[in-house]
Design a protein around this ligand. Structure first.
Ligand code: KIV
Ligand code: ZN
Length: 555
């Protein structure tokens, strides 16, 4: 990298807009969404989608609720042309969905584009040409009037052919490509000139799409450009202002959201941000950002996992694990303190729902309820060496119904953590259960239960137990005010270390363990330390006796 980057790079000049209004506004309703997956997204793929992949993607977009879908660049290739004809001739386009097609300002391409649309119920022809100084100078070698002429001539060619689409509800979109890198005055001049040709009305508005083709500045600069454009546009009531951001500086979402504050009516983007270079705007993110503010976006992402599968199959791209809302890890916490807060938050939420029908979501670390987008709580907490007792306890409880007492969590947490650290990877709930069983339930040395009987008279319980001690059979007997007390009495008479039961709890286990009960017992030894033991049995009395031996075996 250069020591003096200013020798090679300079900041993009901001727009002079001292009385900008957008920072004081809030967004209160969703924009009109237009998916450009099948065009901008598709053109950025190493292997573009074939017709059947495009069809699958089109159907998925329709199911999400998109009413405007840019389906391609039909004059660019046979696949693109055939795909659109297929949609129209096979009646695949719902009546309330408008297909949009992109075309450059060339007469032969416009001719072919119009041909591709014959029979469509609703269509938008989207014309574009590049307007920025670099494009004018380097790519086209044309001055401003010549660039303006390309746009107006192209608009006229479309207008001349509109009667050929008499049965189609036809609209027109114009993009000054590289809008954000173009002088705002020139972008406005060219759009006004296009409007003069097209002659839009408040009933038939022209769409001015303002592409942030390559992000050249911070998102507030784009918002200023959009606000400036809208405030200076002569016939604002005859136009819909559309945003089309890319993500070169990683701020495509912010630029779109600020552009919405600036008053734009419409947003173009793709699922999960597929598109040229760093991608287009990720519509899922902006839509769900609205949702988390309590505004329904008008798009349905209730099954985000399935949508991600369709997307990955059709595009061959993968959604990164940390992609907002859709990434595999975004509703997951590994860190112990995060897990603890989430676990408490989810508990509080469940308690709230038991008391009343709903409430306002305010759970630490979770912006939305994962279930609203078809994700599961089970994914929320995952355990690796960064995790604490809370995560371990959560997985054991949510996957196996094992409700560890708080103090046992404190004992087992570090034991599990050492093991996970040794493995050096994430562990599953099943692996944690195995560790737990190995540490507590399957401990049968030096003490093992072979048989246990009780009889009670006048509130006194007498017990006889057959045990293996260091593998040798012995029999012990004792008495107390209950089976556990009687057993403790029997053991301590017979040479085990002296101890008392400090705490006890039990519950039945869910399906996996048949009709078993699990019992947790903490013993305190006469010389101070305490240990937990756990027993599992279909008989609750035997589960508790096994728990006592498990604790003794861990001394
Ligand atoms: O990014 C862009 O400028 C485009 C235009 C063709 C709208 O995709
Ligand atoms: Zn684009």
């Amino acid at each position: 990298m250069l020591i003096q980057p200013a020798a090679k790079y300079r900041a993009f000049p901001p727009v002079h807009l001292p009385d900008r209004q957008w920072p004081n506004r809030t967004v209160t309703s969703p924009p009109i969404w237009c998916s450009v997956d099948l065009r901008d997204g598709n053109q950025a793929l190493a292997v573009p989608m074939n017709v059947s992949q495009k069809l699958e993607m089109f159907d998925a977009l329709v199911r999400c609720g998109f009413k405007e879908i840019e389906v391609g660049f039909p004059a660019a290739s046979n696949t693109e042309f055939r795909f659109l004809r297929h949609l129209i001739e096979d009646n695949r386009i719902p009546d309330d969905v408008t297909v949009q097609v992109l075309v450059q300002a060339r007469e032969d391409l416009i001719e072919r584009t119009v041909e591709s649309l014959v029979g469509a119920k609703r269509a938008i022809i989207h014309l574009y040409n590049s307007t920025s100084p670099a494009q004018r100078r380097i790519v086209f070698g044309l001055d401003k009037p010549e660039i303006l002429k390309i746009a107006t001539r192209g608009t006229q060619w479309v207008k001349d052919r509109a009667p050929r689409l008499a049965g189609t509800d036809l609209r027109f979109e114009y993009s000054p490509e590289s809008f954000s890198a173009t002088e705002v005055e020139f972008a406005l001049e060219i759009c006004e000139a296009v409007a003069d040709v097209w002659q839009p009305t408040p009933e038939r508005r022209i769409i001015f799409n303002l592409p942030d083709t390559v992000e050249v500045a911070m998102p507030n600069v784009y918002a200023d450009q959009v606000e400036w454009f809208m405030r200076n546009l002569r016939r604002r009531d005859c136009a819909l202002i559309s945003l089309h951001t890319h993500n070169d500086r990683g701020t495509g979402t912010a630029a779109t959201e600020m552009g919405m504050l600036a008053g734009a009516d419409r947003v173009e983007g793709t699922l999960f941000g597929n598109g040229e270079r760093t991608g287009n705007l990720d519509i899922v993110t902006v839509a769900l950002n609205l949702y988390m503010n309590g505004i329904h976006p008008g798009l349905d992402f209730s099954d985000l996992n399935h949508l991600r599968e369709v997307y990955e199959r059709c595009t061959g791209m993968t959604v990164p694990p940390r992609q907002p809302y859709a990434g595999e890890l975004v509703f997951t916490a590994f860190s112990g303190s995060h897990q603890d807060a989430i676990r408490k938050g989810l508990h509080a939420w469940e308690t709230l729902l038991e008391q009343k029908d709903g409430g306002i979501w305010d759970i630490p670390y979770l912006t939305i309820d994962p279930r609203d987008v078809g994700r599961e709580y089970r994914e929320v907490i995952r355990v690796n060496s960064q995790s604490g007792k809370g995560g371990v306890a959560y997985l054991l409880e949510s996957e196996y119904g094992i409700e560890l007492p708080k103090e046992l969590q404190r004992e087992f947490g570090p034991i599990a953590n050492d093991e996970v650290d040794r493995l050096g990877r994430e562990v599953s709930g099943a692996e944690l259960k195995t560790m737990f069983w190995r540490e507590y339930v399957d401990r049968t040395y030096p003490w093992q239960l072979a048989g246990f009987r009780t009889e009670s008279r006048n509130d006194v319980v007498k017990c006889k137990a057959r045990l293996l001690r260091d593998g040798k059979p012995i029999e012990v007997s004792g008495q107390g005010n209950g089976p556990i007390a009687a057993f403790v009495n029997a053991l301590t008479k017979d040479g085990s270390p002296r101890f008392e039961v400090a705490s006890y709890s039990e519950h039945s286990l869910s399906s996996g363990e048949g009709a078993s009960a699990i019992c947790y017992i903490q013993i305190r030894l006469a010389d101070g330390p305490s240990r937990w033991g756990v027993g599992v049995d279909t008989n609750i009395e035997l589960a508790s006796i096994k728990a006592v031996l498990s604790a003794l075996n861990r001394v």
